[in-house]
Every structure is written in C-alpha cells, then in structure tokens.
Design a binder for this molecule. Structure first.
Ligand code: FAD
Length: 380
C-alpha cells in the first residue's frame, strides 16, 4: 500500500489548505448560520472550487473531470473539513455525481456531469425516509406505473442540500414490500418537477437539509437511473464512497478542533503556568492525538480500497466511519472540556466542531451501526 503522497497529491492538499485559509473562516460559517442564509453556502466560493478543478476530481476526463480517485478527493475534503466548509461537495459531487457516474446512461452522464464539474448544477440524493434510519433498503416512496413511465408518491427526509439542488436523485419502490432489497429504482428529476414539494431544514450544525415530498410526480422511462428494480446495487457503493468522503471531512474537523485546543492549553495560564504544562491535561491530549492518527490510517485505507475496487472496501468504510465518529467526538468533547467554561458558550468557536461531530456521526450511520456492519461483513 502506498501511504505517502506523490507530488500531484501534495500540491492538491496545499492548494486546498491555502484556499480554506484565504477564503473561509469560522466567522463566515457563523455568519451563514446566524443569518439563516438562503443558500447556506457561498455560490461564489463554489464557482472558485469548480475553477480549481475540485468538483471534477473523481470524474472521467471525457466529461471535463480530472479522472482521479477518492484518495485525491479525500485530501481536499480533509482541508475543507478543517474549516467546516458547508459547500455542497458531499451532496453534489459524491452522492449525486457518484450515482450518475456509476449508474447513469451515456445521455444522463453527458447531460449532468459537465455542468456539475463547471459548478453550474447542484444535485441531491433523496433516499432517507422517516423510520428508515440507516437501512438503505427501507423505501416506502412508491413509483406507480403510468403509461411508459411512473408517478412518484412519498416523502424523503434529511435530503442534504435538497433545497438548493437543481436536480434530485430519488429512490422509490417499483416492486416489492417496503423493506425488500429488490424492487428499488433510482430516478433523476428536476427539483421543480410537478408535484415536488421542498421544505428546508437545518441540521444541528447549521447545515442544509430538506424534507422533499412527491405527490404524483411524473417520471419517464428515460429518467430511471441504472437498472429498474435494482437501485439497491447502485445505492450501496455510492453511499460507501460518500461515507469515505465524509470521513475525510471529519478527519479534518477533528484535527482543527485539536489544534484549537492545543493552542488554548499553551496560552491559558493558571497558577502562573500554561495549563498544558499539567500532566493530567497532557495525557488527555496525547490520547486525542493517537485517536486522530488511527482515524487517519482508517480513512486512507478506505479511500484506497474503494479506488482499487477491493472486495473488502465496504468493511474498510465501516471501520473508518466508526473510528472517525468516535475520534471526532472525542477531539471535540475534550476541546470543549479543556477550554473550561468559555468552551460551553456559543461565542467560542470550539462548539462548532462539537456540533459538526454530532451531525456527521449520524450521517450514513453512527459508530455502533458501522461496527455491526463491519462484524456482519466479516461473518462474526
Ligand atoms: C454550564 C456551566 C455552569 C456553571 N455554573 C457555575 C456555578 O453555578 N457557579 C460557579 O462558581 N461556576 C460555575 N461554572 C463555572 C465553572 O466552575 C468553571 O467553568 C470551571 O471552574 C472551569 O474554569 P474556567 O472556565 O476558568 O476554565 P480554565 O481555568 O480556563 O480551565 C481550562 C481547562 O484547564 C483545566 N485546568 C485548569 N486549571 C487546572 C489545573 N490547575 N490543573 C489541571 N487542569 C487544570 C480545566 O479542568 C479545564 O479543562 C459553570 C460552568 C459551566 C460550563
């Protein structure tokens, strides 16, 4: 396994780090949240990210992409995670773009990917439902036959960036019962299609989510994404790649929370000395450092396994998500604790990392879910 970065990868990481440093700050994140900003992110920064080529990292050159892997995308996501950047990489590039690249017809890819890569088109994947929890196969939204096509009825929740997405990818049941693996089909449609209702929501970390309803929304035969009735086969690898990408973002978040905490330990004085000189706090900081390094290895292993189409990739993804959920929470919790009373206040930025750690923990499955999935995949 190649763990070190080549020159291209190092440059990518450096440019992402510089971008976050120069263009974003936690003051911006705070302002977006406090203003309940209509978009919840910056379209201007999104355009700049497109110009840097980041939106095209995992897509083929034929569509204007860079044809690189998840390992490269993870380097960028890690840096964006340090700055808690809310720009829609996860929803548009990993979930939406991932589904189109993997399951789309030539016509669907040609219609969506170049515009996505240019920064002109936002996507969202509407798959989660009330009561579905982390089960990708629990789909109650129905697609009823209507002529050559279907009509969609149902509701999706926690659709990441659903209120700004130009196009939605929706999982619906074309056959079988609500909990069956088979019988799910993915459809690609406009957010403004007839019968689509979108209610904006905010996750606890101030990020974008939406409740999306379908009331007889018409979709044609050409709107199906991938094979009819076999959407589960497409959904699983797409969510796995997005989970690995989220882990990279979480890796960045935990490092930033830890850096902020270390800084406080070195500057806050009690009894005339920095509090970081006390062994009790040094030991706790050492534990956080170690957990972050273990999370880093797990993220890299997952990204590489996915890039190599390794049959063990789903296990590596679950290992990474379980580790990242725990490590990010630890780094953020310890950060708040070690900042003392000030860390509990909204005025201090450390709490933003705790909120992001909590929201990211439950996105695509929490640590307990992924430990169980890991154990099941291993046949324990
Ligand atoms: C929700 C909440 C309610 C509160 N209610 C009350 C209240 O009712 N009455 C009241 O008096 N106070 C209250 N406090 C304040 C609380 O007592 C202080 O926050 C606490 O004593 C920590 O002090 P500090 O914030 O100055 O942190 P700091 O002194 O800045 O400490 C920061 C970190 O260093 C550690 N640390 C500090 N000194 C040492 C040391 N010598 N050795 C090892 N580690 C050290 C701390 O444990 C902490 O992790 C409350 C705080 C909160 C968050």
């Amino acid at each position: 396994m190649q763990f070190s970065l080549n020159e291209e990868q190092s440059l990518l990481r450096e440019s992402a780090a510089a971008f976050v440093r120069d263009h974003s700050s936690l003051r911006r994140i705070r302002a977006l949240r406090d203003a309940r900003d209509a978009d919840g992110f910056s379209r201007d920064l999104w355009q700049q990210m497109a110009e840097l080529g980041w939106l095209g990292i995992p897509f083929a050159a034929a569509y204007g992409g860079l044809g690189l892997g998840l390992k490269e995308l993870a380097l960028v996501l890690e840096e964006l995670g340090k700055g808690l950047m809310p720009e829609p990489m996860l929803s548009t590039v990993l979930l939406g773009g991932g589904a189109i690249a993997r399951g789309g017809s030539d016509a669907q890819r040609a219609a969506v990917l170049p515009a996505l890569i240019r920064g002109d088109l936002l996507l969202a994947l509407a798959h989660q439902e009330r009561h579905s929890r982390y089960d990708l196969h629990r789909v109650a939204t129905r697609a009823e036959r209507a002529g050559d096509g279907w009509r969609l009825r149902g509701e999706k929740c926690l659709v990441l960036d659903g209120h700004v997405a130009d196009r939605l990818i929706v999982s619906a049941r074309t056959a079988g019962g609500d909990n069956d693996r088979d019988g799910i089909t993915l459809f690609l449609l406009d957010r403004g299609a007839p019968g689509v209702s979108v209610v904006r929501q905010w996750t606890l970390d101030g990020r974008n989510a939406a409740l999306v309803g379908f009331d007889g929304t018409p979709v044609g035969a050409a709107d199906a994404l991938g094979a009819v009735d076999d959407g589960a086969a497409l959904l699983a690898p797409v969510i796995d790649r997005a989970t690995a990408g989220l882990c990279a973002e979480m890796l960045g978040g935990m490092q930033a929370a830890f850096a902020m905490t270390l800084d406080y330990l070195k500057t806050r004085k009690q009894f005339g000395v920095p509090i970081g000189s006390f062994q009790a706090l040094k030991h706790r900081a050492a534990v956080v450092f170690t957990e972050i390094e273990l999370a880093r290895s797990a993220v890299l292993a997952a990204a590489m396994a996915l890039d190599e189409d390794d049959a063990q990739a789903p296990q590596a993804v679950s290992a990474a998500k379980a580790r990242c959920a725990d490590a990010f929470l630890l780094a953020a919790n310890e950060g708040v604790q070690m900042h003392g009373g000030i860390g509990m206040t909204d005025e201090h930025d450390i709490g933003f990392y705790l909120k992001r750690a909590r929201a990211a923990e439950i996105t695509f499955g929490d640590a307990a879910h992924h430990r169980e999935r890991f154990a099941t995949l291993r046949g324990y």
